[in-house]
Design a protein around this ligand. Sequence first.
Ligand SMILES: [Zn+2]
Length: 111
Amino acid sequence: MFTTRLPMPGPGPEPDRPRGYGTAVPHTPLRPSWACRADGAPWPCPHARLALKAEYDRNLAALTIYLAGLLFEAMRDLYHLNPHDGPSPQQMYQRFLGWSPFRRPIVEPPD
Ligand SMILES: [Zn+2]
């Protein structure tokens, strides 16, 4: 029997990175709002971006795969929370993947 319905994708990666150090609150996302657990900024916050870059410094492809999985999870959560005026797909892409080390430096060079 053939069907045109696609299977529902499974869950993405666990959002447990960047790892925390010592007793400090890690800069990991709080679901379903995807705000940083430590500072409340939209995740990945600047601190999380720096820590992720350092943590995945020797495997940037794995960082991109991790972030792409979390982008999928975040879109599912945020569009479920706010289906009519949530962030655009372009904004979500820039937030999760557009900053990645493959594309541009973490800090913009001065003019
Ligand atoms: Zn943070």
